[in-house]
Ligand binder design. Structure first.
Ligand code: SF4
Length: 207
């Protein structure tokens, strides 16, 4: 583990947040599984890192062991998807990614509907965040810039949104219907101890 990651994890401890570091996706996935008790209700929020590391597939393939809340299930109506996100706010476990995390340990996310940041702040008993070391930034401003110039334009493109950043590659502060940037939240600390876990994986993962 390099000094940057070690410092970030040390700073998370001061904020009541537990950090772990992994070199390989399999080890990260195994840690997520270890943290989720069988029988738990689990919501997996939109996270390219959860997709790329196999975390999402693991839970979707083990629906007999958990109560999976999947707002992205094929064939769901928009209203049904929203209802699952609402239920996810009271899930035992929320699994998510993040957009940026400062070396000091502040977690920065921008959401479209807001269920991810809402559940990070309060609701699910446990929150597990999977995160590439590429998401570590110097400070909150760099994190916000990262969202505006990298994460949101790339996610807009992935989701086939009709937003200006899909064409320009950076934020134009849009207010169109397809905008995926409704709320930005900075989590300074966890009010509850042993609730939030950040699992870092070495390298470039997600956006
Ligand atoms: S242009 Fe709109 S969707 Fe794109 S990053 Fe800016 S606010 Fe978000």
């Amino acid at each position: 583990m390099n000094e940057l990651v070690k410092t970030t994890i040390d700073n998370l401890v001061k904020r009541n947040i537990t950090g772990h570091y992994f070199k390989e996706p399999e080890a990260l996935k195994n840690k997520v599984v270890e943290l989720v008790a069988p029988g738990s209700s689990v919501i997996i929020c939109g996270s390219v890192t959860a997709d790329e590391t196999g975390v999402r597939d693991y839970f979707l393939n083990n629906e007999d062991k958990y109560k999976i809340l999947n707002p992205y299930k094929k064939g769901l109506s928009p209203a049904a998807s929203v209802e699952i996100r609402r239920q996810g706010l009271l899930a035992d476990v929320s699994i998510m990614g993040l957009n940026a995390i400062t070396i000091d340990g502040e977690i920065i996310n921008t959401d479209g509907s807001g269920n991810r940041v809402a559940g990070l702040i309060f609701g699910p008993k446990k929150v597990i965040i999977v995160c590439g070391t590429n998401k570590i930034v110097k400070n909150i401003q760099e994190g916000v810039d990262r969202i505006k110039n990298i994460a949101a334009p790339m996610n807009s493109t992935r989701l086939n949104k009709k937003t200006p950043c899909v064409k320009t590659g950076n934020c134009k502060e849009c207010l169109v219907d397809d905008c995926i940037c409704s709320a930005t939240a900075v989590l300074r600390r966890s009010f509850f101890k042993d609730r939030i876990y950040v699992l870092f994986i070495e390298g470039k993962w997600g956006y």
